[in-house]
Design a protein around this ligand. Structure first.
Ligand code: ZN
Length: 234
């Protein structure tokens, strides 16, 4: 088992920042993306440009970036009634959770990622889960991830380390982290090529990137970018 890393790489702002974070630290970095029929699956198309884009930024990153893996999980879309996989309005449900919540999504992603990391001999699994921005999603919380690390290590008899570099920072700090890792060029790449919008709209190019500009994911990304740039609120 090498000290390599597998990055859960969706093609969004968070996972692209995580990819740069991993490339800065680990000798070998591979990526995995999941297609579960999400409305914003356009993000999967962004992955290729982003992977190429980061290798253009630093020669060390280019040398370290390895294979990309795609895992298709249609069953997850079939069994969930989330606004991410169905044509319904995004709103807060009776449970207090947004209806973009796909129950157990990250538990499933991490399990598949670990099975893949097992086969590829990679020790670290890196994900963009964040308790600060997405505390509404129980499977993004730090305790959930730590419990998953224990369960995966027991169940697969390995010593995986689940890294979540964004766990305790907000969206403005995520933009700053990208700048620290790859300078203005990485920030520019994320703005131009990453996808966050829940509705899957590329649409208009805002200063923070493409998206509908109105859904919760766009609002969070836009607000974080404004605070990162010290711009006034919209
Ligand atoms: Zn949007």
């Amino acid at each position: 088992m090498t000290d390599g890393a597998l990055v859960l790489f969706s093609g969004g702002q968070d996972s692209t920042t995580c990819l740069a974070w991993a490339l800065e630290r680990f000798e070998r970095v591979e990526t995995v993306g999941f297609d579960y029929g999400q409305r914003h699956r356009i993000e999967l198309d962004c992955r290729c440009n982003l992977r190429t884009g980061v290798t253009d930024l630093k020669t060390t990153w280019a040398a370290r970036l390895g294979a990309d893996h795609a895992i298709v999980l249609p069953a997850l879309g079939q069994i969930s009634q989330s606004a991410l996989t169905r044509e319904t309005a995004i709103e807060i449900g009776d449970s207090g959770l947004p209806n973009t919540f796909v129950p157990g999504r990250n538990l499933i992603f991490l399990t598949f990622a670990a099975a893949l990391a097992y086969r590829r001999g990679l020790k670290h699994i890196v994900g963009g889960m964040c308790e600060t921005d997405y505390s509404g999603y129980p499977d993004c919380r730090d305790d959930t991830i730590k419990a998953m690390q224990v369960a995966l290590n027991l169940g697969m008899e390995r010593r995986f380390v689940l890294d979540t570099p964004l766990m305790w920072i907000d969206k403005a700090a995520t933009w700053r982290l990208a700048e620290d890792l790859g300078g203005a060029a990485l920030v520019g790449l994320i703005v131009a090529e990453s996808h966050t919008c829940y509705l899957g709209e590329r649409g208009k190019r805002h200063d923070w990137g493409h998206g509908c500009g109105a859904c919760p994911a766009c609002a969070l990304r836009a607000d974080g970018y404004r605070r990162y740039r010290d711009l006034p609120p919209a």
